[in-house]
Design a binder for this molecule. Structure first.
Ligand code: FAD
Length: 390
């Protein structure tokens, strides 16, 4: 029996495994997912935890529940190395051998760019980050402070979505600013989404500090530089949403990497010179059919998982491989508790309809039919509040 081992049960890894079991095999392989955490995180909905619009079990189901009715094995452990000669993955507590390997360990938020970021700023990437932020907000809300000052570093999707959700949670007590070194926010977004997002920020009186660098972060203050002048301003919470770099372990793995430390792959999503290993998601540099570098998104990882599964199947069943073809489907952003914006496939929408469409698209994207059903049932019994409200 062939052994397919998948490192990382995120958007790349989990969906590859789920796709693999749908394919028609002459002899069923053994499929194993290895992840250091016990839960998959559907990160595009992580913001909903801050406003308590959704619950942890909906956004971050346990692998043991998700995979219970599938033949996929799940091992909770940390990957520490790969032995290419013996075709073995080395984990903290054991070793696992493979015939085909998928490396999909994702990315981290770099915290070494500014003094104090690691100690005092909260990244927003994992369930633990979301819990830490919620706890901090709760403590501040229960204090006698008149205002709660939040600085969100990074004016990309995460910074904007997070800033707006926090603004809606805190209401008039919130004093929120988004700080970015660029001259605009959402620089990679379609004009419609950028404009709608800016209006939403304006409505909530969220301050934008553009062309501004962070100099230092301390426990209750942040130093920022604008036009060569440094200001130190008091803050209660600093959120750190400054992009993605591959997980640290990648530097140690004996796989070919580019200057940014991303794993080099061919159009079939196989690691250069290692056709038995595929790699997808945030830790590879992947190009579309026109040679354009694709962003680190769930949409890319999700589409890669389809090709990755197919090509593993084809390599075992002796069928032709398919080169990865990316289909841009547009982008969606949550703009607080009752609003969203979306642009794609010739459609631009905002307000209630965009809010509902975003929820439904993500419901459809949740892993496994059983989980989709459980979440849908919960939404029916606790209707999507703001939509019904209007
Ligand atoms: C808050 C937030 C919102 C986002 N919103 C959107 C959005 O709206 N649309 C969109 O398209 N994209 C969005 N993204 C980006 C998207 O989540 C990522 O691009 C996507 O998750 C990448 O998939 P991946 O499989 O490479 O990594 P991940 O999904 O991060 O999965 C990696 C997995 O590897 C595991 N792992 C890491 N290291 C080890 C180790 N050493 N041993 C064992 N396991 C390990 C991790 O636990 C994790 O489960 C968002 C990201 C964040 C953080």
């Amino acid at each position: 029996m062939k052994k397919i081992v998948i490192l990382g049960g995120g958007f790349g890894g989990l969906y590859t495994a789920l796709r693999l079991i749908d394919l028609h095999w002459s002899q069923q392989p053994q499929i194993t997912i290895i992840d250091k955490n016990d839960r998959f995180v559907f990160s595009p909905l992580l913001y909903e935890l801050i406003t308590e619009e959704m619950q942890s079990w909906e956004i971050a189901p346990h692998y043991s529940d998700l995979l219970a009715n599938t033949p996929i094995q799940y091992i909770q452990d940390t990957v520490t190395d790969i032995n290419l000669t013996n075709k073995e993955v080395i984990l903290t507590n054991s070793r696992v051998s493979y015939d085909r390997l998928v490396v999909a360990l994702g990315g981290i938020t770099p915290d070494d760019m500014v003094k104090g970021a690691k100690e005092y700023a909260i990244p927003f990437r994992s369930l633990e980050n979301a819990y830490r932020l919620k706890e901090k907000l709760r403590t501040l809300e229960n204090s006698d402070k008149e205002f709660i000052r939040v600085a969100v570093v990074g004016g990309g999707y995460s910074g904007v979505e997070l800033g707006l959700k926090i603004a809606d949670r805190l209401g008039k007590r919130g004093k929120i600013r988004i700080i970015d070194r660029g001259n605009d926010i959402l620089t990679n977004s379609p004009e419609f989404n950028r404009k709608t997002s800016k209006n939403a920020l304006l409505d909530r009186k969220i301050w934008l500090d553009l062309e501004t660098n962070i100099v230092e972060i301390e426990e209750n203050q942040i130093s920022i530089e604008y036009k060569n002048k440094i200001d130190t301003i008091p803050v209660d919470i600093v959120l750190w949403t400054v992009g993605t770099k591959p997980v640290k372990i990648i530097n140690k793995l004996p796989l070919p990497q580019d200057s940014q430390g991303k794993i080099k792959i061919n159009p079939y999503l196989q690691v250069e010179n290692h056709p038995e290993i595929s790699s997808i998601g945030d830790l590879v540099e992947c190009k579309d059919q026109d040679g354009k570098i694709l962003p680190n998104t769930a949409q890319v990882a999700f589409q890669q998982s389809d090709y990755c599964a197919w090509n593993i199947w084809a390599s075992i069943e002796d069928k032709p491989l398919l080169p990865f073809q990316y289909q841009p489907l547009g982008e969606m952003l949550a703009l607080g508790k009752d609003n969203a914006t979306l642009s794609g496939l010739g459609i631009s929408l905002n307000g209630d309809l965009a809010y509902l469409a975003r929820r439904l698209v993500y419901l459809y994207r949740l892993p496994t039919f059983e989980h989709q059903l459980a979440v849908a049932f919960n939404w029916i019994t606790n209707p999507i509040a703001s939509f019904i409200k209007n």
